[in-house]
Design a protein around this ligand. Structure first.
Ligand SMILES: [Zn+2]
Length: 417
């Protein structure tokens, strides 16, 4: 497998999830790692020269690089770079830089790189944001994209269509009968689960959600309206969330069950099996298993549809779980994870439940390296003596940041021109 074939799957998957053109990512990899042959690429899978940074907790690879003193003489410094188990980590970090910016600026300087459809514009946007200093950088990227026909990767559809998920919290707040013996409303329990499912589904790329009930609960949307809405929208699956009742008086019945429509519905049954297993784990109640019933929501929907009964509202055992918002949130998360498992979706990079984002180090806020202090003091003493600066800045050098040193250098150069 050549370098491009090896890098392309990550560029397509992570690029699409982040709004970065895969052709751009691959071209940057080709250019910056010499098609995977650079020392950093071979030893650390680091294709884009990303340094360790302060928030990095992964492995590092120390490498000597050449830096220059103020007088132009080169010297060697050891720098730590991020070391990845595969190319995936490098692509993830590059996408993170583009979607989140440098981390030390209030705005995202890479915003113009995102959601481009034209690789030429994307290449120029990367350069304009200050990613590279080589003025030929965009032209080099464009030449690589055209030489290897990388634009074809921009047209790959990860999922031929968006995954469309119709979600339904059963009933409305004021639906008669649908309440606990103490008067708590079934819709309120159902709605917390569905709201959490919607929240957690945002962690997955290419998922669209349509909520079929009234999210305020004020209206009990008629069942036919709910299924018509899902059918018209061409949902891929439908999940209806409920909590059960037996007699309406407190009792000791208990358990979680998931329904499909009577008859054989292979995909609905597969979805139900995934969901039921996760729901039983979340509620920690008796597994009442997969069931079949002639319910409107599963019968009148044109797509695989299931109906979940999380637990009994009139059970002294189950009500403890239903009154626990953490459990209802976890039930929503279980629905999102079930949808992901059913469709084979992977989380977006930087999704809420993923590992915390790595913080870019603010290079300019770092202290001036000791190796540059003597040169800087010499320069500032000279500038003061020559009256280029009216103030003697030499005493500040020991506590100076790189950014402050750079500001003084710029002023010096500008004034002595
Ligand atoms: Zn119900």
């Amino acid at each position: 497998m050549n370098f491009i074939e090896r890098l392309a799957p990550f560029a397509v998957q992570l690029g699409q999830a982040s709004g970065v053109l895969p052709s751009l990512i691959i071209a940057q990899g080709v250019l910056e790692s010499a098609s995977g042959t650079s020392d950093l690429a071979v030893k650390a899978n680091n294709l884009f020269g990303i340094k360790e940074g302060s928030g990095w907790t992964g492995a590092v690879y120390a490498k000597s690089t050449t830096e220059y003193r103020a007088n132009g003489t080169p010297y060697q410094v050891k720098a730590n770079f991020r070391k990845y188990p595969s190319y995936e980590g490098a692509v993830k970090d590059l996408c993170y830089k583009y979607t989140h910016g440098t981390g030390w600026e209030s705005h995202n300087r890479y915003a113009a790189v995102l959601n481009q459809t034209d690789y030429k514009k994307a290449a120029h946007a990367v350069f304009a944001a200050g990613y590279a200093t080589d003025p030929k950088y965009p032209e080099k990227l464009i030449a690589i994209i055209e030489q290897y026909n990388l634009a074809k990767y921009d047209k790959v559809k990860e999922n031929a269509n968006m995954v469309k998920v119709a979600l339904d919290a059963g009933h409305g707040i004021n639906t008669p009968g649908k309440r606990t013996p103490d008067g708590e409303r079934e819709w309120s329990f159902n709605s917390k689960v569905i709201a959490a499912a919607i929240k957690y589904l945002k962690d997955y790329p290419n998922v669209e959600v349509l909520r079929l009930d009234d999210p305020t609960g004020k209206t009990d949307v008629p069942l036919a309206t709910r299924t018509n809405k899902a059918n018209k929208w061409k949902a891929d699956i439908l999940i209806s969330m409920h909590h059960n009742a037996n007699t309406g008086k407190w009792g000791s019945w208990t358990g979680t069950e998931t329904y499909t429509y009577t008859g054989s519905w292979k995909n609905a049954e597969r979805l139900a099996a995934i969901v039921q297993k996760k729901m039983v784990a979340v509620y920690g109640l008796r597994d009442r298993g997969l069931k079949k019933a002639n319910f409107h929501m599963t019968r009148e929907s044109a797509m695989p549809a299931i109906l979940i009964e999380g637990g009994y509202m009139d059970s002294t055992i189950d009500i403890v779980k239903l009154r626990d918002d953490k459990i209802l949130d976890a039930a929503g998360k279980a629905i999102a994870e079930s949808v992901a498992e059913y469709f084979g979706l992977k989380k977006k990079p930087g999704a809420t439940a993923a590992e915390p984002p790595e913080k870019e180090v603010d290079e300019m806020a770092q202290p001036l390296p000791n190796t540059q202090k003597a040169d800087m003091k010499g320069l500032l003493a000279k500038a003061y003596k020559e009256k280029v600066f009216s103030e003697d800045h030499t005493s500040k050098v020991d506590t100076m940041t790189r950014g402050q040193a750079l500001d003084l250098l710029i002023s010096y150069v500008a004034r002595t021109k």
